[in-house]
Design a protein around this ligand. Sequence first.
Ligand SMILES: CC(C)(COP(=O)(O)OP(=O)(O)OC[C@H]1O[C@@H](n2cnc3c(N)ncnc32)[C@H](O)[C@@H]1OP(=O)(O)O)[C@@H](O)C(=O)NCCC(=O)NCCS
Length: 142
Amino acid sequence: MTRFGDLTRTEREQVEALLRDCHLLPAGRDTELLFVRDGPRVIGCVGFEVYGPHGLLRSLAVDPCRRRSGHGRGLIRAALAALSACNVDDVWLLTHDCGPLFAEFGFEPSPREHVPRQLATSAEFVADECRRASCMRLSMTA
Ligand SMILES: CC(C)(COP(=O)(O)OP(=O)(O)OC[C@H]1O[C@@H](n2cnc3c(N)ncnc32)[C@H](O)[C@@H]1OP(=O)(O)O)[C@@H](O)C(=O)NCCC(=O)NCCS
């Protein structure tokens, strides 16, 4: 797990390219990132941020040539384990079309009005590109 701002230049460039190719927002300086690598190459990543008792899962991306091999689910599992270690009460995310994938992990649709204030002002939630995305929440205490 590495903060985006602490990555080496090569790693940063690879993550930036992966997120760009997947049409996702760039990671923030303080986004914690987990990777799947093939040798020196980053072929998948997921990010998370912690806002007090709330977690945000974001920046889930797998190289198009390496999909459908379980990397996506593995990254989600790893991010949830890391967030659980941060003792968050719940985890939130925004997605355009991966709702069914996240539902497998217990995420449920949630109205945007229910998003905690700390999260609602985060870069992901205020981004224009995410205006139409669906919001989901996973309780970590249930
Ligand atoms: C979502 C993503 C990370 C999944 O990676 P992956 O390595 O293929 O994941 P897995 O192999 O663990 O399988 C993922 C499952 O999600 C499903 N899935 C992946 N992308 C999907 C999409 N755009 N819409 C609906 N379902 C999708 C797949 O059908 C697969 O289900 P299956 O095993 O029943 O066929 C990858 O498709 C990706 O990078 N997409 C572009 C970026 C993106 O949309 N990220 C999510 C932002 S919220």
